[in-house]
Design a protein around this ligand. Structure first.
Ligand code: LLP
Length: 442
């Protein structure tokens, strides 16, 4: 694999045309400007206003099918549980439900949303370090397919609850394999020092204990080592450790029928080399192929990240030598990833006229009152006058779901693009709703 470019080195930035060429949903029309699956993004921005999220249903479907066939090609019995946290729009959930996916949820809210979107309870897996008693009761009463237990303490709580409700929880122990996924520190989850999963050394004993507890049926193991993972080696290492554990448990006479391999597959935000689902499938096959276990995975970003853009308008261009700031009407309250993880997102002009103007370096910022509200530094972009539109790319995952109303900015609209047609799937939040649940103190 070619070396990755260093993070945020502008000299290695792909050009706007390279970014568009590498994304099948986007095309530049010399008259209509930037198109998403044939729909002019300018028309969406005109009708829905900005900032607005636009998602390509065609891309989500194609990626789901590519992932499923990568597994099928290797004869892997692997179920896909879409990680709802990446984009929990009901349109997205219904699309994956229609494709036959299950859901990986991390809260009672996600569980209910997944059920409401038509995902059968039997295809829902519930992960997370802090499931409350109330949420565990909900999972038990819905009789979901699997609960990924992350601690001895949670196992004890679940056993009591299930027993008192006369239920039997199908449990996988989420194991922390102590593997560094080589991703941003804030989204690495499989190192011993991370809060996630059961310490590797404790897992075998806890599994044996689980088999004796009332209300608990241990069915297997789960792991998830992090997100935006751009190399396969950490997966290989983690899966090998989990496979070893499966063998050890079986030697002790315990039944292990399923392994949940988690999510984390990264996407090429900067057109950098990224692993394919076929590569991940090969890692799963190498580790578990001979173990006769049913496999599962929990992809989020890989399915939806590149399928979305955030449309924004230029408010003004501020000359502040030596800086030039392009100030957008979208900010960190919409897309927090650059502020939170120093994440790089492509930014491309929407209009045909802007696209052909010679690029000059600029910093692209939002209106929020924090210097961290910066989408890009020293980015080569056409000059862009006020009211010009840009699309911030690869914003389909961890975009709208992580938005806030900071600075009393209402949540942006969301638009669905499907086969040359589009529709609003979430209205822009009405400003009054920002304070409608507030009460002045007596
Ligand atoms: N399964 C579990 C247990 C998870 O915690 C996650 C993500 C996934 C699956 C899905 O991972 P994915 O395939 O999407 O990488 N907000 C961050 C990402 C946080 C990921 C949290 N857990 C970002 O914007 O990069």
């Amino acid at each position: 694999m070619a070396a990755l470019p260093p993070p945020n080195d502008p000299s290695t930035d792909p050009s706007c045309s390279d970014l568009i060429a590498a994304r099948s949903l986007l095309r530049f029309d010399p008259m209509a400007g930037l198109l998403m699956d044939g729909v002019p993004l300018a028309a969406i921005a005109d009708a829905a206003g900005t900032p607005t999220w636009a998602y390509s249903a065609v891309t989500m479907r194609a990626r789901y099918r590519a992932l499923a066939s990568a597994m099928a090609d290797l004869n892997l019995d692997a179920r896909v549980h879409y990680a709802v946290k990446a984009n929990d729009s009901r349109a997205v959930l219904a699309l994956f439900s229609g494709e036959g996916a299950g859901a990986d949820v991390v809260s009672g809210g996600e569980l209910l949303k997944a059920r409401q979107a038509g995902i059968p309870a039997s295809r829902i897996v519930y992960s997370g370090v802090g499931k409350t008693e109330h949420e565990l009761r909900l999972a038990l009463s819905e009789d979901i397919g699997q609960i990924n237990v992350e601690s001895a303490e949670e196992l004890a709580m679940l056993s009591c609850l299930a027993d008192s409700l006369g239920r039997r929880a199908r449990v996988a122990l989420r194991v922390n394999p102590d593997v560094d996924a080589g991703t941003n520190d804030k989204i690495a989850t499989g190192r011993a020092e991370d809060k996630f999963g059961i310490p590797y050394a404790d897992a075998a004993a806890l599994y044996a204990l689980a088999a004796t507890l009332p209300g608990i049926e241990p069915i297997g193991l789960a792991t998830h080592i992090g997100s935006q993972i751009l190399a396969l080696a950490p997966y290989r290492e983690a899966f090998a450790r989990i496979a070893e554990l499966v063998a050890a448990l079986r030697e002790n006479g315990l039944r292990v029928s399923t392994v949940d391999c988690g999510g984390g597959l990264g996407i090429p935000y900067r057109n950098e080399p990224a692993p394919s689902p076929a590569g991940l499938a090969a890692c799963m096959k190498a580790a578990f192929g001979r173990l006769d276990v049913r496999l599962a995975m929990e992809p989020g970003r890989w399915l939806v990240g590149s399928a979305g853009v955030l449309l924004a308008s230029v408010v003004l261009v501020k000359q502040s030598p030596p800086e030039r700031f392009i100030v957008l009407d979208a900010g960190m309250n919409e897309l927090v990833r650059p502020a939170m993880y120093d994440a790089w997102h492509g930014i491309v002009p929407v209009s045909a006229a802007d696209a052909i103007a010679p690029p000059v370096p600029a910093s692209v910022v939002g209106p929020v009152c924090e210097s961290g509200d910066t989408f890009a530094r020293s980015r080569l972009l056409p000059p862009l006058a006020p009211k010009a539109r840009v699309a911030i790319l690869d914003a389909g995952a961890y975009g709208a779901v992580m938005s806030s109303t900071y600075n009393a900015r209402p949540l942006a609209a969301e638009v669905w693009v499907d086969n040359e047609r589009w529709s609003v799937i979430r209205d822009r939040q009405a400003i009054e709703t920002l304070w409608e649940r507030e009460r002045l103190p007596a």
